[in-house]
Design a protein around this ligand. Structure first.
Ligand code: URA
Length: 242
């Protein structure tokens, strides 16, 4: 519980001093009742607070979710083509939004939150958050091409940043390679386009890690809430990694 003038000021409606004036003038209502006591305690998440007839938006608890995204789901909150979207899977009352985008057919680590500040920080190109992908590609990745991927390939006229690339498995019979690629950028279809630039087609793509977050032990389609500690570490990473 917090003092009503503090909740009004934190909401950005006016300063705390001005809020105190409104309270004294009988211009503030809590759950429909006028309050004139400056020390009135309210619950900013659940109480309905009105100032001069204007209803303050309720304080939203911040929610952070790690989803192991399945294939065949759109990374969005709605889809014109009526396909399943990631928020259909996350069955919670709070509205959350995906942090960045995984393709329809990509699986793995996806964060969803209603914390716009963390979303912006995570997506900002200047941060150095690692994203680790495992790609199954058609063809045998040559050592030369592995090095080229690491030093950067041109996509849409711009060279990609340095990446780390490990060949995990080669299947000569099936003519496929399993390749782990670690990048920091987040351009659209970046991994597929990096392989495409060298003539390889990605058959399957999974994101195994974002920063320290993995979906180890989670089936596809499963999600879990991040702990406060994990959120703090993420904030530290995005504010210290520049
Ligand atoms: N790169 C891609 O090509 N697709 C994704 O879904 C993510 C990264």
């Amino acid at each position: 519980m917090e003092r009503v003038q503090k909740v009004i000021a934190n909401n950005g409606y006016c300063s705390r001093r001005k809020a105190e004036e409104y309270i004294k003038q009988g211009k503030v209502k809590v759950n429909g009742e006028i309050v004139r006591e400056l020390g009135t305690l309210v619950d900013g998440t659940n109480d309905l607070i009105e100032v001069n007839g204007y209803v303050l938006e309720k304080k939203q608890e911040k929610v952070y979710i790690l989803l192991n995204k399945p294939r065949g789901v759109v990374t969005s909150t709605s889809d014109d083509k009526k396909r399943k979207v990631v928020t259909d899977i996350v069955n919670i009352p709070t509205r959350v939004y995906p942090v960045g985008r995984l393709d329809y057919d990509t699986t793995g680590v996806l964060l969803l939150t209603n914390d716009g500040n963390l979303t912006n920080l995570l997506l900002h190109p200047s941060n150095n958050i690692e994203k680790v992908y495992v790609a199954k590609i058609k063809g045998i990745l040559t050592p030369g091409h592995r090095r080229t991927l690491e030093s950067g390939v041109i996509i849409d006229g711009k060279k990609t940043d340095r990446a780390r690339v490990k060949i995990k498995k080669i299947d000569k019979k099936a003519n496929t390679s399993i390749v782990e690629i670690t990048i920091h950028e987040g351009r659209n279809h970046q991994v597929k386009n990096m392989f495409k630039a060298l003539g390889y087609q990605v058959e399957k793509l999974r994101r195994d890690r974002v920063a320290f977050l993995t979906c180890d032990g989670m089936n596809t389609g499963e999600y879990r809430f991040l702990s406060i500690k994990e959120v703090k570490v993420l904030y530290n990473l995005v504010t210290n990694s520049k």
